[in-house]
Design a protein around this ligand. Sequence first.
Ligand code: NDP
Length: 672
Amino acid sequence: MLRPESYAAGSWIAPGEDARAINGPVTGKVIAMAGGKAPDAQAMLDWARNQGGPALRAMGFHDRARMIKALGSYIGERKEELYALNPLTGATRRDGAVDIEGGIGTLFVIASKGRREMPDGQVYIDGGVEQLSRDGSFLGQHICVPLQGVAVHINAFNFPVWGMLEKLAPTLLAGMPAIVKPATQTCYLTEACFRMIIDSGILPEGAVQLVVGGLGDMLDRLDAQDVVSFTGSADTALHLRSTPALMRNSVRFHAEQDSLNATILGPDAKAGTAEFDAFIKEAANEITTKAGQKCTAIRRIIVPADSIAEVSEALMARLSGIAIGDPADETTRMGALASAAQKADVLEKIAAIGAEARVLTGDPEATGANPEGAFLAPTLLQCDDPDAATSVHELEAFGPVSTLMPYRDLAHAARIANRGGGSLVASLVTADPQVARSVALESAAWHGRLYIVGGANAKAGTGHGAPMPHMVHGGPGRAGGGEELGGVRGALHYMQRTAIQGSPDVLSAITGQWVAGAAETKGPQHPFQRTFDEIEIGETLHTDSREVTLEDIEHFATFTGDTFYAHMDEAAAQANPFFPGRVAHGYLLLSFAAGLFVQPDPGPVLANTGLNGLSFQKPVSPGDSVRVRLTCARKTRRTDSYGEVAWNVTLYNQDAEQVAQYELLTMVSYTR
Ligand code: NDP
């Protein structure tokens, strides 16, 4: 008998006397006792706010990203312990991989995104500097900083591991502590993974806590710095988001709820094409993976009217070969639903949808491997008049159930897909990019994600139902209107965006990055002779100037082969609205700039790895001269031996006018 425990304010709490018995979906027998009296909500909130929050905020984005990566490795090394519990939820090992490997993979991706795309500091810079005064002495910059409260994560039963980790990764990267409340039905698997997190000792005290069972009055105690992230049914979301304290205190509430996801077969994807085969495979896969208990699963299959017979035949053939049974058995392709209650709910929804559609395959009476278990055959329905139907667009049968329906033309297909009232994902299988464009314009506004594949890339495709950590997961309307993941975007949901207005020095001090107009310092040596740690933000080199001659331009033109008329033909250059006559190549100026600022001796600077945001602002004519200002704008530790230094490089002419600007990236050693 499993007895999953809560983890509150640093202590494990065993199930109470009034704990709930959890019946396993495979045998119907009690497999766990969970919950009971809720832990002290205020003590948990205080622990998170006073211990976890300050500890996390004291770290920078990169420290937290490294911590998340370490967590991924730690759980990965122990994942077989999670696979051992996985069949108890009704899931096969293949289903479990989506949950377990998917969760671990999400930690790795979010950690890597954090290190590559967020600064090595405590303030995230959102967008560019805004010039708020003509003289450049008053600027604006949007920044994001972690909220100072706690994130309460309420998760659904279907992904006990991924559901927790996909919310934790962006929350921890942002710098917020979390209280995780898994769905009770599968909480023992979440608890096993959560216990690994605590045992690892990787996170600071108070960063994460777990509530097995009910939250008590926790939501009533949330305030403006807290966040609720919910996954589950639309009814529960509505109930919870209506909590007066949440509304009164404008507590952010992210919901990911019911979703009537659709897939569309492109008009070009006739039977016999690679697209048609890919479509059938994906639709069948979505119906059967996790026994259809995925928030992203395909509920509506929208196909050209003249292809519906071929699609139904091919799909029925594929579904008939699905082996249903004990998820622990290796030959089983589809396990059980999460519980008997879940099965009863799905059967009720099939009956309601069945009033406007006919069942093509799937006997609702069949009990499968064990009459006591929550097994259900894959069920395919066909609705011939999707315009008149309502239930099929409104009821989420959260099981291996999908409904086939015909469309007349692409606009009609998109309209049907949009009837879901807002979904997490819609997919389209086509080899024609114009079909994709037409569907995207008609329906992107209704779906959080559009997944478009053809025959040629179907294998490379990540799958209709797989939320990718790099991409936004969430959808408008019925899908909850929330957003999760999406790389760094996911972390921003746990941060406050603030507009900072002030002087260049103020902005530099707050962001830790030099902005034009802020104070410059001069180092004791050439900056290329300074190690990563010695170089200071704002450290500047002003070079000598160099004249650009006509011979230089002609030499560069013939040497490189770039004999564009603006450099070689005076009359043609003058006729061009941008140039006063022959001018220097932009690339010649860049090369001269390097010649002016480089210190050639071996030293800590290891390599030039790129240029960002290059702009040529004023033409340089023969006889003009150029000089360079090179300023250290920001530094990012990359490995154990070197980090990236970004330099603001500005070229001026003899009249002190800016002629070019860019950011130069160099890798600089920590040692000499
Ligand atoms: P619920 O909405 O019932 O539960 C979701 C989460 O909310 C669970 O952790 C649940 O905890 C918790 N919860 C429920 N009531 C409260 C409350 N009053 N206060 C605090 N927390 C609460 O969804 P289920 O997971 O049971 O799934 C039911 C249906 O939801 C499915 O059949 C499906 O239609 C839909 N669903 C949709 C998903 C999607 O993303 N599209 C994902 C999962 C489900 P507890 O388990 O302890 O009750």
